[in-house]
Write a protein that binds this ligand. Sequence first.
Ligand code: KG4
Ligand code: ZN
Length: 362
Amino acid sequence: MKILSIETSCDDTGISILEAKGGMTNASFKVLANNSNSQINLHIPFGGVVPMLAKREHIKNLPVLLNKVLKKSKLEKPDLIAVTSGPGLEPALWTGIVFAKELAQKWKVPLIPVNHMEGHVLSVFGKNKGTFKIQKLKTPILTLLVSGGHTQLVLTKEKMFARGGSALGGDYEIIGETLDDAVGEAFDKVARMLDLPYPGGPQISRLAEVERKNKKTHKFILPRPMLHSKNFDFSFSGLKTAVLYLIRDLGGIKKISRTTKAQIALEFENAAIECLVHKTQKAIEKYKIKTLIVAGGVTANQHLKNEVKKITKNKTKLLFPTKGLHGDNSLMIGIAGYLNYIKNKKKVPKIKSLKATGNLRL
Ligand code: KG4
Ligand code: ZN
């Protein structure tokens, strides 16, 4: 079966074509085409994603990308279309949904909505090109989802997709999440305070990485909010505010040298990652986790990867997305779309009923 998948939840427009076969636990995929357009340069002057601008760009990009992937895969029409229906920016989500609906009606093929976060979970199986398979994972599985909009610890007790009758249903129990800012959002906001361009995550981690190698004594200490709270929740807004006060106490950003900026970036990254990793470790112990998945845009962070590897110590199987699939992409939407389709073939929603849900939960 050939699946065309569309992702427009934020500032990346993506369309892929995958050829898929097999069942829920042994599905295998071949990448026929995978194309995307990042809008980062457009949003940089605004210091963040402007939803209406993102919408306009998606509308412009989608037909161009569609032509490219159809040409590359030498396909006239797919057997199934998968589209992100949420969570994300609603004006942006709608562009992909409207486009997908038109194509599904024109080609008379089923259209399946995909939860963007389930896409991130399943992104760890994907490859940018060639073939890949869904691996059998030992349960219980814990997923740490870290992106610009989410910070969640998700428990899968039985197996993925074991539960739930709806097209979006899987065995996902959110056991902890951020009470305020998402970790990626905190990286972006702190970067802005440090006068670094959007998106701030990669900028902060680059500065921090250089400073970490200097191995000088750390100059600043920032708080680790909720580190020892008894639940699995997170909070990043206090940490962000602590950076704001620190910059103010140092006389404002204009008075801060590049070295000081790097020291702040390092301490901020250490603090944020420590919070994530500590709670993940507690959850691994409590639920006797056999497999840990870490997914979402923030997994591009090398320090997070290094620290997570320390807590799993080869005892817990660890899966990260491969390079190119950390952030938002349509390939992960194709994987989730196929698995949801074969699970719920008889319950594919009516094309007309499909809508964007900005705050869709796993
Ligand atoms: O998953 P994603 O591409 O989009 C959302 O669904 O939100 O995640 C984007 C987030 C942004 O906040 C970005 O700053 C962050 O991931 N990010 C990073 C790094 N690379 C991207 N955060 C920390 N370190 C990085 N290297
Ligand atoms: Zn995402």
